[in-house]
Design a protein around this ligand. Structure first.
Ligand SMILES: [Cu+2]
Length: 201
């Protein structure tokens, strides 16, 4: 529509100029062309204005409700105790953002042997947790109930029995994206009670 009007206008102008007399050269035509182009551009539909919709806020996970028993963290390390009642003494670990590496030390204050009440600490994303547990079960106690070289496993300790302790140190960089992350015991059945959240802040 705009283009048609502009063209009509240009024609009218040309006619008007022609009517103005022959003493002036007719350079009006080149000037009219850019104007017509501008009008056509202005009439073009505006570029797609897609509102940048922010990614949906992740639904609160079941571990988000935990954190009532934060692990004590100092010098980029923490110690978590486990027991014969199939429990950790902490349900959340907050790693200071300044830490490049972090160490989780696990103690077992119970008395039962590893084959009956073994505990470890495995760190994965929450999304990977169930798969890692399922395949860890297949890997058996000989592999600490963790599938060897499982890329989903950020870190894991050995499986220990009563009176023992162990630790694992890992790069915090793995936890800076792709979360939320969790820690849990991969001994069959234990993660129902032995799990918590782990995050960098
Ligand atoms: Cu356990």
């Amino acid at each position: 529509m705009m283009k048609f009007q502009s063209a009509a206008l240009a024609v009218a102008c040309a006619l008007a100029l022609a009517a103005c007399g022959n003493d002036t050269p007719p350079p009006a035509e080149p000037a009219a062309t850019p104007q017509a182009t501008e009008a056509a551009d202005a009439g073009a539909p505006p570029a797609m204005e897609q509102e940048a919709t922010p990614a949906a806020t992740p639904a609160p996970s079941d571990t988000a409700a935990q954190g009532s028993d934060p692990a004590v963290v100092a010098d980029c390390a923490t110690t978590i105790d486990s027991n014969d009642a199939m429990r950790y003494d902490a349900d959340s670990i907050t790693i200071p953002a300044s830490c490049d590496q972090f160490t989780i030390r696990l103690t077992h204050s119970g008395q039962m042997p590893v084959a009956a009440m073994g505990h470890n600490v495995v760190v994965t994303s929450q999304a990977d947790m169930q798969g890692v547990i399922a395949e860890g079960m297949g890997a058996g106690l000989d592999n600490d109930y963790v599938k060897p070289d499982d890329p989903r496993v950020v870190a894991h300790t050995d499986m220990i029995g009563g009176g023992e302790d162990t630790s694992v140190t890992f790069d915090v960089s793995r936890l800076r994206s792709g979360g939320p992350f969790v820690f849990f015991c991969s001994f069959p059945g234990h993660a129902a009670l032995m799990k918590g959240s782990i995050a960098v802040e």
